[in-house]
Design a protein around this ligand. Structure first.
Ligand SMILES: Nc1ncnc2c1ncn2[C@@H]1O[C@H](COP(=O)(O)OP(=O)(O)OP(=O)(O)O)[C@@H](O)[C@H]1O
Length: 312
């Protein structure tokens, strides 16, 4: 497990991370979501030792992450860093060899990954001749080619069409299933929602929510319920403790405590056929908006000058 505890980071006088604390469990996909400038890339760079934290600690299975551990990390950076004029199989093999894998092993691994990502036929092509989506697939392969013990990916799905997203998701999922911690950031909330087991939501440099997808959805359901009945459900409006939000056709969406909702269900059953009754779980997009709505942006705008300087 990767654990961050109380991580702080400032650039000059601008504090961009404040007391960042969360875990990335083995064998699970952890989605890291936040708006522009929220602090995702900075956090990932600190995990990877590319940036040092002002304070706080990062551990892997309880031990500080040192150079040895870092060699086993796979990283897909936000700024893509491969060689445009180099053949793709050659550069993957080269990267694997940098991680200490022998030539035969590196070639085998590179070929298998390219095949898996639908690029087997393009293995001898230069990176720059590939479409942006295919270049992105090669970036994914570059993070995986040494069979990492930990996988950190910054926006691995940006620029991919929905089918390519599914392919990459499957490959990343296979790696997580081997029991490695996987942390990935994405702005594509519907992808994160579909893919991740756990979520970390950051805004303004602070962690605003963590938990499994289901835990977060349950925690933010806000006691909303949906009743689909075959008979008119206008009567629900007059039940004490019920706030009807929508009443359209046969569907009623309302807010109420669990016990009041159960009473509504019993009454509805008494009045006629109930087609369905369920708690309404919010989407990740709704949860995200709910959590970050009041958080000021943290996008590096200069601090306001002190009143003395401003007056000068
Ligand atoms: N090297 C740097 N020097 C100064 N400020 C920086 C530096 N790197 C990041 N920042 C600032 O830190 C804050 C967090 O940036 P970061 O790149 O971590 O956000 P992010 O969540 O990854 O955003 P995005 O989704 O837009 O990539 C921003 O205000 C950014 O301007």
């Amino acid at each position: 497990m990767i654990s961050l505890r109380g991580v702080n980071k400032s650039f000059g006088s601008h504090q961009v991370l404040q007391d960042v604390t969360f875990d990335v469990a083995r064998g699970r996909l952890t989605g890291f979501v936040g708006g522009n400038g929220a602090g995702k890339t900075t956090t990932m760079r600190i995990i990877l030792g590319v940036l040092s934290a002002g304070s706080g600690e990062v551990t892997l299975d309880g031990r500080a992450v040192d150079g040895d551990a870092l060699r086993g990390f796979g990283y897909m950076p936000e700024e893509r860093g491969l060689y445009p004029k180099m053949e793709i199989a050659e550069q993957l093999t080269y990267l694997a060899r940098l991680h200490g894998i022998d030539k035969a092993g590196a070639t085998k691994r590179s070929d298998a990954l390219l095949e898996r990502l639908g690029l087997g036929e393009r293995r001898s092509d230069k990176l720059e001749t590939l479409s942006l989506g295919n270049q992105q697939r090669v970036q994914v392969a570059a993070a995986l080619v040494h069979e990492p013990d930990v996988l950190i990916m910054d926006e691995p799905f940006s620029g991919l069409d929905p089918l390519a997203v599914d392919e990459v998701v499957a490959v990343i999922g296979e790696h997580a299933a081997r029991g490695i911690p996987v942390l990935f950031s994405s702005h594509q909330l519907e992808v994160v929602e579909r893919l991740c087991d756990d979520l970390v939501i950051i805004a303004g440099g602070q962690i605003r929510a963590t938990g499994s997808r289901e835990e977060l959805r349950a925690a933010h359901s806000g006691d909303r319920w949906e009743l689909v009945a075959r008979t008119d459900a206008g009567w629900v409006r007059s039940v004490g403790g019920v706030d009807v939000e929508e009443l359209a056709g046969d569907t009623t969406v309302f807010r109420a405590s669990e016990s009041v909702a159960q009473q509504v269900l019993r009454d509805a059953v008494g009045r006629g056929d109930v087609s369905s009754f369920r708690p309404v779980r919010p989407t990740l997009g709704e949860i995200f908006r709910d959590i970050v709505v009041d958080v000021p942006r943290n996008d590096g705008e200069p601090e306001l000058a002190s009143s003395k300087e401003a007056a000068a």
